[in-house]
Design a protein around this ligand. Structure first.
Ligand code: ATP
Length: 440
């Protein structure tokens, strides 16, 4: 039985993934497959942090078991098949109780939703929710049409994410193991965070652990929630193998951990080759640079970009850090493939492939053919050699050396979105042969 939920947390606390662990713990059921953390449209205004929704298939399981976590000392087992389904009513009651007890209901922006279904939903709602915006009413109709049941608390906006999570077709999957300490982890020195993140780097197939250039330990959440840290990887085995030892050796307390399969690093939010750009949607677009990059206060950079869907601005904002150095080197007519979210006439670039750089010629004075000196300009079509008085009419043109070379450029780890697929990940995944590229 699939139980999904969303919108239980606020900036002050809680994390919907923790609430899901609580539902699993209270149910005393097995997990079929993996619990799932499904990221939706990263540009949606209602999100608290990473726009993540949760779903788990709970039942009595059968087949080969895998231990996928430990909740308050109890091992959580995953099975490939269902032996016996639980009662829908009992599961809804248990989920409602956990949501009412743990959600940040005092926050005006917390509007929990629970959805339960005996089967997965068709993928349309996932596509709509990861690439666009969906109304509560639309999600409600979709759940009813597909035979699910739901519970809305306050406005119940969370049913959108919850239903979309049940619709996730799992075309491109990675994993994240989350470690928890309820209600909040102890405060940690930056140096300790850095050393833990660096240790995670050595677990094969993991990504976005640490940003060495910006000394940023990306495994730790920015805000204080029950999450201590999370390790992302393209395979689950190396993470599950390494974590018990890692946790034992760390000087920080935890009370739970659980691994989720996720759509992180999938680029599922990207609409390819658009005919037009729509507010708060994310695109892959190819085109040519128009004009030179310009910067505004705060060290944000912009440049014009001509595509078949119209001319827009590309932006590299301050949080993209050293990526701006590459962006600043763009020149008119460079050919690019860019990925990013469109907002108010601007595409905020998440990654960029420079397909070709334009050839730029700069004018210079001729070199004197008699003595080899650089000639002086004396006005229009008049060059003279100081040494030997030789005269020439025409300037010379030379190809400017470009600082930017064709290639693929990621924003640094510190600026990456959960759902975006860094080029770097393609290399890891290519080796592991895991990620596929089936369009949604
Ligand atoms: P966290 O990642 O910490 O769990 P969050 O960033 O996921 O928090 P929520 O508090 O869950 O943020 O709020 C997101 C809200 O937006 C949810 O109610 C969800 O149902 C809704 N939502 C998600 N995607 C869409 C969409 N495409 N259109 C409309 N609403 C959406």
């Amino acid at each position: 039985m699939f139980v999904a939920l969303d919108d239980t947390d606020s900036r002050e606390g809680m994390c919907t993934t923790f609430l899901l662990t609580e539902i699993i713990r209270r149910s005393e059921l097995d997990v079929i497959g993996f619990p799932q953390l499904v990221r939706l449209n990263p540009a949606i205004e209602y999100k608290t942090r990473g726009n993540g929704a949760l779903v788990v298939n709970l039942a009595k399981g059968k087949g080969a078991q895998t231990v996928i976590g430990k909740l308050d000392g109890r091992e959580i087992r995953s099975y490939p098949e269902v032996l016996e389904e639980p009662s829908v009513d009992a599961l809804m009651e248990l989920s409602r109780d956990a949501v009412m007890e743990f959600s940040e209901l005092g926050s005006p922006d917390t509007n929990p939703g629970i959805v339960i279904s005996g089967h997965r939903f068709p993928r349309e709602l996932y596509r709509e929710s990861v690439q666009g915006e969906v109304s509560i009413e639309h999600a409600e109709n979709f759940i009813i049409e597909n035979g699910g049941i739901f519970l809305k608390v306050k406005s119940g906006r969370g049913i959108i994410g919850a239903a979309a999570a049940i619709s996730w077709p799992m075309l491109s999957t990675t994993y994240e193991l989350l470690v928890y300490r309820y209600p909040k982890p102890e405060r940690m020195e930056a140096s300790l965070k850095e050393s833990i993140a660096r240790r995670c780097e050595s677990i094969p197939g993991t990504f976005n652990n640490f940003d060495p250039h910006n000394r940023y330990a990306a495994i730790f959440p920015r805000e204080r929630t029950p999450v201590v840290f999370g390790i992302r990887g393209v395979e689950y085995e190396p993470i599950l193998e390494a974590v018990p030892e890692l946790l034992k050796s760390l000087p920080i307390a935890h009370d739970r951990y659980l691994i989720f399969s996720t759509n992180q690093g999938s680029d599922d939010h990207i609409i390819h080759n658009p005919e037009k750009f729509t507010e708060n949607c994310s695109y892959e677009a190819t085109g040519h640079v128009e004009g030179l990059p310009r910067n505004i206060e705060g060290s944000h950079y912009f440049v014009g970009f001509r595509t078949e869907a119209g001319t827009i601005d590309l932006a590299a904002f301050e949080p993209t850090k050293e990526f701006r150095e590459r962006f600043r080197d763009l020149k008119p007519d460079d050919e690019l493939r860019v990925f990013g979210t469109y907002r108010r006439g601007t595409l905020n670039v998440e990654k960029m492939e420079v397909m070709s750089v334009s050839r730029i010629f700069v004018r210079s004075s001729p070199v004197c053919e008699s003595c080899g000196n650089l000639m002086e300009s004396r006005g229009h079509m008049d060059y003279r050699c100081r040494n030997c008085r030789r005269k020439e009419d025409l300037p010379r043109y030379r190809l400017q050396e470009r600082a930017l070379v064709p290639g693929k450029y990621d924003v640094p780890v510190i600026a990456r979105r959960h759902i975006s697929r860094p080029y770097e990940l393609e290399k890891v995944a290519w080796k592991a042969g895991i990620l596929n590229r089936v369009p949604l």
